[in-house]
Write a protein that binds this ligand. Structure first.
Ligand SMILES: CC(C)(COP(=O)(O)OP(=O)(O)OC[C@H]1O[C@@H](n2cnc3c(N)ncnc32)[C@H](O)[C@@H]1OP(=O)(O)O)[C@@H](O)C(=O)NCCC(=O)NCCS
Length: 182
């Protein structure tokens, strides 16, 4: 029998960059942010250990968090920043999410870079997060030395990342990421 196979069209590696604006998070973005998070993460969204840090009293920093807005002002991406401490004050990044329709166009990295710049501008000591080192490395993150920082739940140590924003600022950072004392 003669089998004819039609070759699949090759997908481009990256989609066309989407036109977007970055802005600090505002209360009116809240519903749209929830929709982007639901679409990007799906039902497993609240099961993550990072969520335990946030729900245990980490303080959301809207002025340092970033949303990406499309031409019509719709939220298509979010990168949140929280104030936490682990022996000393630091920030915690996440969730980071880009609407599936806008992914693979560079937006995720741009959101992270802008949130990091905002933290640097206010003199932050540094930022920790849970995520893929391959993705976050270009924004300056590296793997936390083994055992130095813990979370209230299981985390793959290769996905626990940080970035010091002032030399020596992480010298006293160690232990569990928890709610800031003040
Ligand atoms: C992760 C996410 C925010 C990236 O946003 P994005 O706008 O698509 O990212 P960018 O276009 O800036 O970067 C895409 C690159 O990141 C890589 N990447 C995307 N998700 C990744 C992941 N989870 N692990 C490792 N690399 C990843 C892609 O392979 C691509 O690499 P390439 O440039 O070498 O091809 C987006 O895919 C998303 O919302 N995912 C679901 C939620 C999620 O997993 N958030 C991260 C939690 S830490």
């Amino acid at each position: 029998m003669f089998l004819h196979l039609t070759p699949r069209p090759r997908r481009p590696k990256r989609s066309r960059p989407m036109s977007h604006t970055l802005a600090a998070e505002k209360p009116e973005h809240a519903d749209a942010i929830e929709r982007v998070l639901d679409r990007a993460f799906g039902p497993g969204r609240f099961a993550k250990t990072s969520e335990r840090v946030r729900e245990r009293g980490a303080a959301l920093q809207p002025a340092l968090s970033r949303v990406a807005l499309d031409d019509e002002g719709e939220v298509i991406g979010i990168c949140r920043i929280w104030r936490v401490e682990a022996g000393a004050p630091l920030y915690f990044l996440g969730p980071l999410a880009v609407d599936p329709a806008a992914q693979a166009a560079g937006l995720g990295l741009v959101l992270v870079q802008d949130a990091v710049a905002a933290c640097r501008a206010v003199g932050a000591s540094g930022i920790a997060l849970v995520g893929a080192e391959r993705f976050f490395r270009p924004a300056g993150f590296t793997i936390v030395p083994a055992g130095r920082v813990t979370l209230p739940g299981p985390v793959d140590p290769n996905r626990l990342l940080w970035q010091e924003l002032r030399p020596g600022a992480f010298d006293k950072v160690r232990g569990e990421l928890r709610a800031p004392r003040r």
